[in-house]
Design a protein around this ligand. Structure first.
Ligand SMILES: NC(=O)c1ccc[n+]([C@@H]2O[C@H](COP(=O)([O-])OP(=O)(O)OC[C@H]3O[C@@H](n4cnc5c(N)ncnc54)[C@H](OP(=O)(O)O)[C@@H]3O)[C@@H](O)[C@H]2O)c1
Length: 290
């Protein structure tokens, strides 16, 4: 059993770049029933982490957990909707009751909304913000105090390059990820010296179900979710505050504040060339109606 002082020393050592011993750690991974969350859960389980896998689809979650249990037998599922505060609180209570601690939280659960602003209801925006942003807020707030008391813990929030760049027909999604990004970066400052790490992992285009759910044909290269899982591990090991994967997808967001006007033109042309149906069809439908 280590004391809080030992933990703080260990955390400071980890800040200077040493590797984490994942064995005996307990991680909550939200959105673990598919895609990136599933890959993160499997990667952590393979390293000996007890994974509490969270999502709404019980059957898909059961399949992820069965695979996690092959390398980490204590892993389990908690079926929950993170956009509901009561569900998020229940997840944390159940994990603490079953495992006694939360060492790692990966806020990954998210939904997409690909829709022109004219066709977007306020309720749609609320749903996206509630899931992608407030879901992470509920989960983080639920684990933070015990992590600070132990001077130990890591939180990785999965944002998106869409949170750093405007994208056509993605206003609600971009806003939800921008909120999560700003929230994470500010908390990282608040947590300095506490031994608790928080960071933002901003993926580029990853081949998951999210594209089908949003009816978007990206039409370009999609990277496997395992690249994001590997980056999560790196963030946990090195206590990184910000990473983009693949790395080059961070560049447009970094230069956008300087080159907004030409970039908006470029983004529109790029999107129209790559997704001719979704963008031009809905634009003509809107023009016909107005
Ligand atoms: N794929 C990409 O290109 C990409 C790029 C940048 C960022 N991201 C982000 O990566 C994260 C994972 O997405 P993905 O690409 O892996 O897509 P995905 O396969 O659709 O996974 C989304 C996961 O979130 C869960 N989820 C959604 N709403 C939830 C809720 N209210 N409560 C609990 N779980 C919920 C889903 O499970 P249930 O439906 O079973 O609840 C699913 O497990 C998202 O935050 C997404 O915004 C993805």
């Amino acid at each position: 059993m280590t004391s809080a002082g030992d933990n703080l020393q260990l955390a400071n050592k980890m800040d200077s770049g040493s590797k984490v011993d994942f064995k005996a750690k307990v991680a909550i991974v939200t959105g673990a029933s598919s895609g990136i969350g599933e890959a993160v859960a499997l990667d952590l389980a393979r390293r000996g982490v007890t994974v509490a896998a969270v999502a709404r689809r019980a059957e898909r979650l059961r399949m992820t957990v069965e695979r996690c249990q092959r390398s980490s037998p204590g892993s389990f599922a908690v079926v929950a909707d993170v956009s509901l505060r009561a569900d998020s609180d229940r997840v944390i209570a159940e994990v603490l009751q079953r495992s006694g601690q939360v060492d790692i939280l990966v806020n990954n659960a998210g939904i997409a909304l690909h829709r022109h602003v004219i066709e977007t209801a306020v309720e749609d925006v609320e749903r996206v913000i509630q899931t992608n942003y407030l879901g992470a807020v509920y989960m983080t707030s639920g684990v933070l105090h015990s992590m600070i008391e132990r001077h130990l813990g890591s939180i990785v929030n999965i944002t998106s390059v869409a949170g750093h760049l405007p994208l056509p027909q993605e206003a609600a999604y971009c806003a939800s990820k921008a909120a999560l990004s700003a929230w994470t970066q500010s908390i990282a400052i608040d947590l300095a010296g506490t031994g608790v790490h928080i960071g933002e992992l901003s993926p580029g285009p990853i081949g998951t179900e999210i594209w089908q759910k949003a009816s978007v044909d990206y039409g370009r290269r999609l990277y496997p979710p395992q690249v994001v899982a590997a980056a999560v591990v790196r963030m946990l090991e090195e206590h990184r505050t910000y990473m983009t994967v693949p790395r080059r997808f961070g560049a447009p967001g970094a230069i956008y504040p300087l080159l907004g006007r030409p970039m908006r033109w470029g983004i529109r042309s790029f999107a129209e060339a790559g997704m001719p149906k979704t963008i031009s069809e809905s634009r003509s439908a809107i023009m016909r109606r107005h």
